[in-house]
Design a protein around this ligand. Structure first.
Ligand SMILES: Nc1ncnc2c1ncn2[C@@H]1O[C@H](COP(=O)(O)OP(=O)(O)OP(=O)(O)O)[C@@H](O)[C@H]1O
Length: 270
């Protein structure tokens, strides 16, 4: 169980996250929603400890993540892998090397610098690429791939960290609709087949309602909604986005229980 207790993150005098409390059951697919500037990225980055925590605690399996330092902090970052909007790959390196970066916490620094990866790690990385049907791209430079392919490489890199939680910060924000579906399906498969908890920031309410089994709504740093997608009424959506409800609700997609989970290897056909 991940427990966030009274979390506050200030930048100067401004609280980007203001006394936020919630908990996440293992294996959930949680969507974090809210308008631009609501604090969604800051929340995910704080859980991963990329942003400083001003107040409150983050507990995971009774470990106080907020106090971790050095090696233990590195291990926490491996257990709670981040996926970013802009993929954060090393463009001049090939795809396989990028995925192997996910093993950095496990191998000595001289081995990684010399690119002397253990055969077992290479096999794990290739297998992760196969999961997303991009093993054929292993030798290509990362910056030669499409956005959707790059994000799948980033997800494979996260997967080889053996994470228990994936924190996806607007993972589809720069993708077209087809690649959006491919990447969201990849996250859904990771969640359902490997039981990895996914916490995902999303701008689109339609996507959040389609893929997530729980939604956390943020507004000006505060948690204002925490429930199943079906409980998100037009009124709450209007308050969250400060817009006409029809504008943000769109066409209501089927609930997540009706969402088919693509089988392994099906992603490219999507
Ligand atoms: N490093 C920082 N320094 C100063 N202010 C920051 C920093 N990071 C975030 N903020 C501020 O904190 C608030 C929340 O930002 P955050 O990026 O978490 O929002 P968001 O909901 O993820 O927005 P978006 O959907 O546009 O990415 C904003 O007012 C932002 O300007």
């Amino acid at each position: 169980m991940l427990v966030v207790e009274g979390l506050t993150c200030r930048f100067g005098t401004k609280a980007a996250i203001d006394n936020v409390t919630f908990s996440v059951t293992p294996g959930s697919f949680v969507g974090v929603i809210g308008r631009s500037g609501a604090g969604k990225s800051t929340l995910l980055r704080s859980i991963n400890r990329l942003n400083p925590v001003s107040d409150g605690r983050i507990l995971y399996k009774d470990i106080d993540v907020t106090t971790l330092r050095g090696r233990e902090l590195r291990q926490w970052r491996a257990r709670s892998a981040m996926i970013f909007q802009q993929f954060n790959l090393v463009g001049r390196l090939d795809v396989l090397s990028n995925v192997l970066m996910g093993r950095l916490a496990e191998v000595s620094s001289w081995r990684s610098l010399a690119q002397l990866w253990p055969a077992e790690d290479i096999a794990v990385a290739l297998s992760a690429l196969e999961q997303f049907d991009i093993a054929a791209l292993a030798a290509q430079r990362a910056d030669q791939l499409s956005g959707g392919q790059q994000q799948r490489v980033a997800i494979a890199r996260a997967l080889v960290q053996n994470p228990e939680i994936i924190l996806a910060d607007e993972p589809i924000a720069s993708l077209d609709p087809r690649n959006t579906k491919i990447v969201m399906d990849a996250l859904l498969r990771i969640n359902k087949h490997f039981g990895i908890t996914v916490i995902c920031n999303l701008h689109s309410l339609d996507l959040a309602r389609t893929y997530c089994d729980r939604l956390i709504g943020m507004a000006t740093g505060r948690l204002v909604f925490d429930d199943v997608p079906a409980a998100l009424t037009a009124q709450i959506a209007r308050e969250l986005y400060d817009l006409e409800a029809d504008e943000v609700m769109g066409t209501v997609p089927p609930p997540v229980s009706g969402t088919a989970i693509p089988a392994l290897g099906e992603v490219a056909a999507a």
